[in-house]
Design a protein around this ligand. Structure first.
Ligand code: NA7
Length: 537
C-alpha cells in the first residue's frame, strides 16, 4: 500500500502478526469497516517475521497453534510436523494474508510512533515514523507480547569487531556460523532452541548462562496423511476442547494433587508425560504443580534427574541444574537435544553468576576470571515483555494522560482489553489477560472476536465511545494480583513479572486465572451490556 497523508479511517490496527491479520479480516470483511493495519516490518507475520534465529520453532503443536475461525483454511492447510519451524509458520501467515486478500489494507514498513486521543472529535490521531498521519475512531494494538528486544547494556558491545545479533531481529539472509567461534548469551526458550543448531555448525560455541532453566523434550515428528485425516475430522472437537481448558491446550490434567500420589505413581505420570513431550508435561500433569511448591518440587527434581542422566560431565550437569525457581514459574522451554549438546566437545558452558561478564572487547568477551575470543555473538536475551512494544508508542489518552506515566508502577487494564482514560483503544492480548500463559492463537481469537462484537454492538446502538471505568479497572488489577498470589509465579525473576528488565516495576502481568474462566467472564460482561465499561453516545 502506498503511504498517504491525513488518512481518515474507521479503525487502525497496529501490527500484522497473528492478531493483526485476523483483526483486519473481522473489521473489514465481517463488519464492513474501513480499516488499515500499520506494520513496522516489510512483511506480515509479527513474531514469526522477526524471529528467524537458527532453531526457531513453535513450542505448541501445529494443529493447536493455528487459526480456528475458518474451516476452509483448516481443511486446506497441512503442517509438515508436530512443531513447525519458523519458515513454515511464516508461510502459513503469508498464506492467510493472501487467502483473505488482506495485503491491500496492510501498510508495511510503517512504524507507529505516537497516538493521541482527541476528546473534541472522539478520534485517535496516529502518527508514523515516516511522517504520516491517520485519524480513526478505533485504535487496536496487535503489537505482540514479546516484540520489543531486550539488548543488555554490556560495556563495549559497540567495540566488538565481530558480528552480533539479537535473536528477535535476525538477518533475513541468515548467518553462517561455519568455522566460527560463537558466543551465546541467554538460556530462555530461544537460547535453548538455538544452542543445538548453532553448536552443530560452529567451530566452537560458548553458552553464557545466568539462570539454569528447566526444559522438556519436544519430541517433534513429521505428520503424515493418516494423522492429517484424523486431525481434520476432529478439528471442531479439538477447538472446543482448547477453549474449555485453562491453558488453551486440550490436554487433560491429572485431577488430583501430586502429593496425594505415591512416589511410584508420580514417576509413572512424569515418565509418561516426558515421553509425550511438549507442554503436556506442564498442563497434563497433576493439578497443583503450579500452585503448590511442595508438589512442584517433585516435578522439578524429576527434571533435574533427567539432566543429570543426560549430561555426562557431572560438573557441567551440576551447573545446568535449575535450583532457584519452581518449574513453570519462568516460561517453560521445550527443546530438541538441548542438554545433550553439552556433551559435545565444541561446546562450553559458562556460569555468569559465578563469573560475571565484565565487558565486550574488540576480540570477544571478558568475564571476571576469563577471556573468550569470539567471531560472532548471539544475544538470546529476550524481550521487554507485555508492555515494551505498547510503551514504545507514545500513547496519550483523553486528558493528555500518557500510558507510560499511567503504567509506571506496572500495567493497569480492565481484562487486558482496555485502559481507563483511553477511550476506543483496544489492546489484543494486553497485560492483565491470560495471553502468554496460554496457547496464544486461542487467546488472540477470543480477543479479536470480543473486540469486533463490541464494535458491532456500538454501531447497532449508535454509541460513540467505550472506555473501561476506573472502578472496574481497579477491581480487575486487584483480582489479577490476588489470583497471582495463589500461584508460584511470584517465586521467579521472570519476564512475566518484568524482572528481566532493569528498573521495571515487578508485578505479575499476565492474568493467571485460566483461559476458560476468563473467556466465560468476557462473554458474560458482553452479554450484560459491557458491564464495567462506560459507553457514550
Ligand atoms: P527469555 O525467556 O527472557 O530468556 C532470556 C535469557 O537471557 C535468559 O536466560 C536471561 O537470563 C538471559 N539474559 C537476559 N538479560 C541478560 C543479561 N543482561 N545478561 C545475561 N543474561 C541475560 O527470552 P527468550 O527469547 O528466550 O524467550 C522469550 C519468549 O519467546 C519465550 O518464552 C517464548 O514465549 C517465546 P535470566 O533467566 O533472566 O537470568
Amino acid at each position: 500500500m502506498a503511504p498517504e497523508n491525513n488518512t481518515t479511517l474507521d479503525a487502525v490496527v497496529v501490527g500484522a502478526g497473528f492478531s493483526g491479520l485476523y483483526m483486519l479480516h473481522r473489521l473489514r470483511d465481517i463488519l464492513g469497516l474501513d480499516a488499515r493495519v500499520l506494520e513496522a516490518g516489510d512483511g506480515v507475520g509479527g513474531t514469526w517475521y522477526w524471529n528467524r534465529y537458527p532453531g526457531a520453532r513453535c513450542d505448541s503443536e501445529s494443529y493447536y497453534y493455528s487459526y480456528s475461525f475458518s474451516e476452509d483454511l483448516e481443511q486446506e492447510w497441512e503442517w509438515t510436523s508436530k512443531y513447525p519451524d519458523q519458515p513454515e509458520i511464516l508461510r502459513y501467515l503469508e498464506h492467510v494474508a493472501d487467502r483473505f486478500d488482506l495485503l491491500r489494507d496492510i501498510q508495511l514498513e510503517t512504524r507507529v510512533t505516537e497516538a493521541a486521543f482527541d476528546a473534541e472529535t472522539n478520534r485517535w490521531k496516529i502518527f508514523t515514523q515516516r511522517g504520516e498521519h491517520f485519524e480513526a475512531k478505533f485504535l487496536i494494538t496487535a503489537v505482540g507480547c514479546l516484540s520489543a528486544a531486550n539488548i543488555p547494556d554490556i560495556p563495549g558491545l559497540d567495540d566488538f569487531d565481530g558480528d552480533w545479533y539479537h535473536t528477535g531481529a535476525w538477518p533475513h539472509q541468515g548467518v553462517d556460523f561455519s568455522g566460527k567461534r560463537v558466543g551465546l548469551i541467554g538460556t530462555g526458550s530461544t537460547g535453548i532452541q538455538a544452542t543445538p543448531v548453532i553448536a552443530a555448525e560452529a567451530d566452537h560455541l560458548t553458552v553464557f548462562q545466568r539462570t539454569p532453566n528447566f526444559s522438556v523434550p519436544a519430541r517433534n515428528a513429521p505428520l503424515g496423511k493418516e494423522q492429517w485425516a484424523t486431525i481434520k475430522s476432529d478439528y471442531r472437537d479439538i477447538r472446543r476442547r482448547t477453549r474449555e481448558t485453562s491453558s488453551g491446550f486440550p490436554y487433560k490434567p491429572v485431577e488430583r494433587s501430586a502429593l496425594q500420589a505415591t512416589q511410584a505413581e508420580r514417576t509413572e505420570v512424569y515418565e509418561d508425560l516426558w515421553g509425550k513431550g511438549g507442554f503436556s508435561f506442564l498442563w497434563g500433569s497433576f493439578n497443583d504443580v503450579m500452585r503448590d511448591k511442595e508438589a512442584n518440587d517433585t516435578v522439578a527434581e524429576f527434571i533435574r534427574d533427567k539432566i543429570r542422566e543426560v549430561v555426562k560431565d557431572p560438573v557441567v550437569a551440576e551447573r545446568l541444574l535449575p535450583v532457584d525457581h519452581p518449574y513453570g514459574a519462568k516460561r517453560p522451554p521445550i527443546d530438541t537435544d538441548y542438554f545433550e549438546t553439552f556433551n559435545r566437545k565444541n561446546v562450553t558452558l559458562v556460569d555468569i553468576r559465578q563469573d560475571p561478564i565484565t565487558a565486550i572487547t574488540q576480540d570477544g568477551l571478558h568475564t571476571k576470571n576469563a577471556e573468550f575470543e569470539l567471531d560472532t555473538l548471539v544475544l538470546a536475551t529476550g524481550f521487554d515483555a507485555m508492555t515494551g512494544a505498547l510503551l514504545n508508542i507514545d500513547i496519550r489518552g483523553s486528558e493528555g494522560l500518557r500510558l507510560a506515566d499511567k503504567w509506571v508502577e506496572g500495567p493497569r487494564t480492565y481484562l487486558g482489553l482496555q485502559v481507563s482514560g483511553f477511550p476506543n483503544l483496544f489492546t489484543i492480548t494486553g497485560p492483565g489477560s491470560p495471553s502468554v500463559l496460554t496457547n496464544m492463537p486461542v487467546s488472540i481469537e477470543l480477543h479479536v472476536e470480543w473486540i469486533s462484537d463490541c464494535i458491532q454492538h456500538m454501531r447497532d446502538n449508535a454509541l460513540e465511545t467505550i472506555e473501561a471505568s476506573q472502578e472496574a479497572e481497579d477491581r480487575w488489577v486487584e483480582h489479577v494480583s490476588d489470583v497471582a498470589k495463589e500461584t508460584l509465579l511470584g517465586q521467579a525473576d521472570s519476564w512475566y513479572l518484568g524482572a528481566n528488565i532493569p528498573g521495571k516495576t515487578r508485578v505479575v502481568m499476565p492474568y493467571p486465572g485460566g483461559h476458560f474462566e476468563y473467556r466465560k467472564r468476557c462473554e458474560k460482561i458482553a452479554r450484560n451490556g459491557y458491564s464495567g465499561f462506560d459507553l457514550s453516545r
